[in-house]
Write a protein that binds this ligand. Structure first.
Ligand SMILES: [Zn+2]
Ligand SMILES: [Zn+2]
Length: 183
């Protein structure tokens, strides 16, 4: 996928020259991790650097490239043309991206990404009184090997709660929250 991202970048560079008359020098890095940033474009002394998220690149392939690489590339053109005089996702940037993609930019159509959270430090366990016990990794590992822990209150054994808390759904511009509806 790294090779594919370079090919995409070359195609975008040609488009930028044709459509906007700008000649950009852009490097790609693959050093983004975690769930805070899924793509980034920075000005460097001799051009721009677009940082990509390797896990997402491999997991989502062209879905990620079409979305994030185009998005960041549009920022590079924006910075080149307007310097820092326009808003990051303002109308100038939207126009650039729409021209690049040859379709009207619609943020609602952006894909959602799921990132696996690694290295948990606490584990959730429950007992008979439905209290949530947060256990350390050490205790969790002991339980995995057969040690039993009981709740001081109800004397029930602690069992792990398997929730989908390991995964985090993020969308690039808007984070989605779970809504509670009351009848
Ligand atoms: Zn952006
Ligand atoms: Zn209990």
């Amino acid at each position: 996928m790294r090779q594919k991202s370079k090919e995409r970048l070359d195609a975008l560079l040609k488009k930028a020259d044709n459509l906007f008359g700008v000649n950009l020098k852009i490097d790609l890095t693959y050093d983004l991790k975690g769930s805070c940033t899924i793509g980034q474009c920075r000005k460097t002394p001799n051009g721009y650097t677009i940082r990509l998220h390797e896990e997402l690149l491999y997991k989502y392939g062209f879905i990620y490239l079409n979305d994030v690489l185009n998005h960041e590339f549009a920022h590079a053109i924006q910075m080149e043309i307007y310097k820092y005089k326009t808003k990051p996702h303002g109308k100038e940037w939207k126009n650039i991206l729409s021209k690049l993609e040859n379709t009207q930019y619609n943020p609602k159509l952006r894909p959602k990404y799921e990132i696996i959270k690694k290295s948990k430090s606490t584990y959730n366990y429950k007992c008979n009184c439905n209290q949530i016990h947060k256990l350390s990794k050490t205790r969790h590992n002991r339980i995995q090997k057969g040690t039993k822990y009981i709740c001081k209150k109800c004397k029930g054994f602690l069992t792990e709660i398997f929730a989908s808390k390991n995964t985090l759904f993020i969308s690039y511009l808007s984070f989605s929250f779970l809504h509670h509806t009351t009848a």
